[in-house]
Design a protein around this ligand. Structure first.
Ligand SMILES: [Zn+2]
Length: 454
């Protein structure tokens, strides 16, 4: 017969549990609470192992076993089945999710295959078209040098397989054998061919940002011709740091003087300043109206550097050579004035030799006007001197600077035709300067003296 727990068993266990909890509390802060009168050492020993604990627990265990007998086989089987059903449901849900995922996966595979096929078909066709045009442009650019040039351009995965012929020595990637300059020009031709294919009748504008870094001067001239002849319907926006290239574009007629804009004095706070030949005087005017003399002076200096460098070129004025390639207004302006005087003297001498009275009179008058203009602009040149410190301008007013602007306008006027606006230039016969002309013919100084046939 199982032992029965007596009525005091549960309260006894409850009291023991509370005592243990109190002891735990005390032990959680042993230093602050030491010594605690409630828990002398012998009391703690008794508390951890009460003498009647074993009997109490035995009685409780016996009572629990009597109250809750072990499960019957049927009950155990029923419990197993219940748990099995839960697992089965989870399995079915997982199978459903798998089937749906698999269908999605299959559809995605089909989609990917179709995409890849379509991509290769479209790109393949595009590459074929672009390849032929690219080869054509490149041959045109390099002339007889490359008339057997061939290229391979095929889709390759997400990339492209691009290889070019090197003078009949097989096709290789462009950077394998071709020089940097040739690679640059190749890149340009490829871009132009691609732009032509992709933007035909959609975008008319092609932007070329510093594309001729490594291309030599001779090939740059060919690039100018290519742009002019092969893309007559396209508008180009060409940016460059290279003044030679900018000039070449102008000389070859790709860009007009009015179509050329120069950005300079670029800094983070103010952005770039713009030198635009066409509206330089307007902008100087605007700056003066805002009492911004430094801005007006900077524009006038920059614009004049550009203007007089072109004057020196078109009149053949000697400018001291600098290996750094950097010249400023102080180099160009005196050279341009001297050359103007030299040419005017020559013209007068020539007209004298032919005894052309009207021409002589006109040239004499021009000489006197030019003398005054030069004298005035010489007096005002300090104002656009690059060495005048920026801060010094704070003392100048619009009224101080206006005469400087007018002196320079008169000066510009000497070097341009009042009728057609084009710049005066020296025409040569063989190595001899034969005349000074403008585009319309209003300015025409004969430089050839009578009796001198060399
Ligand atoms: Zn003219």
């Amino acid at each position: 017969m199982a032992e029965v727990p007596d009525d005091a068993d549960l309260p006894r266990l409850g009291a023991w549990a509370r005592d243990l909890a109190d002891l735990e509390d005390v032990l959680s802060a042993p230093i602050e609470a030491y010594p605690d009168a409630r828990f002398p050492p012998e009391q703690v020993q008794r508390l951890l192992a009460p003498s009647d604990l074993a009997e109490t627990l035995t009685r409780l265990e016996a009572a629990l076993k009597a109250g809750y007998p072990e499960a019957s086989p049927e009950q155990t089987a029923w419990d197993s089945l219940t748990r099995l059903e839960e697992n089965l449901k989870a399995l079915e849900i997982a199978k459903g999710a798998y089937r749906r995922a698999y269908v999605s996966h299959q559809r995605a595979e089909i989609l990917l295959d179709s995409f890849l096929q379509a991509r290769d078909r479209v790109l393949g066709r595009l590459y074929d078209d672009v390849r032929d045009r690219f080869v054509e442009l490149y041959r045109e650019l390099h002339g007889t040098d490359e008339d057997a040039f061939r290229a391979r351009l095929k889709p390759k995965g997400a990339g492209v397989d691009f290889a070019v012929d090197f003078h009949g020595r097989g096709t290789h990637p462009p950077h394998a054998l071709h020089s940097e300059g040739h690679q640059d020009s190749m890149g340009l031709c490829l871009y132009m061919a691609l732009a032509e294919q992709l933007t035909e009748r959609v975008i008319n504008l092609i932007i070329l940002d510093d594309v001729v870094m490594s291309v030599d001067a001779e090939h740059r001239r060919e690039i100018c011709r290519l742009l002019a002849t092969s893309f007559p319907d396209r508008q180009f926006l060409i940016t460059t740091h290279d003044k030679t290239w900018a000039k070449q574009l102008q000389v070859e007629g790709i860009v007009t003087g009015r179509g050329r804009v120069e950005l300079y004095n670029w800094n983070i706070d103010t952005g770039p300043q713009v030198n635009h030949e066409a509206d330089m005087w307007d902008r100087i005017d605007q700056a003066l109206k805002k009492q911004d003399v430094p801005d007006a002076a900077a524009r006038l200096r920059r614009g004049s550097e550009e203007f007089f460098s072109t004057v020196c070129d078109s009149l053949g004025a000697p400018v001291p050579y600098r290996i750094s390639g950097s010249w400023e207004l102080g180099d160009f302006l005196p050279a341009a004035m001297n050359q103007y005087n030299t040419l005017l003297k020559k013209a007068k001498k020539a007209e004298n030799s032919w005894d052309n009275r009207d021409q002589i009179a006109a040239l004499n008058e021009l000489d006197s006007t030019a003398g005054q203009v030069f004298a005035r602009s010489n007096a005002e040149q300090w104002a656009v001197n690059a060495n005048v410190h920026y801060n010094a301008w704070s003392n100048f007013t619009e009224q101080d600077f206006q005469p400087v602007v007018e002196a320079f306008q008169d000066l510009y006027g000497l070097f341009t035709c009042s009728n057609c606006g084009s710049m005066l230039r020296v025409a040569r016969t063989g190595t001899k300067d034969s005349a000074v002309r403008c585009n319309c013919g209003k300015v025409s100084w004969n430089l050839a003296e009578k009796g001198k046939t060399d």
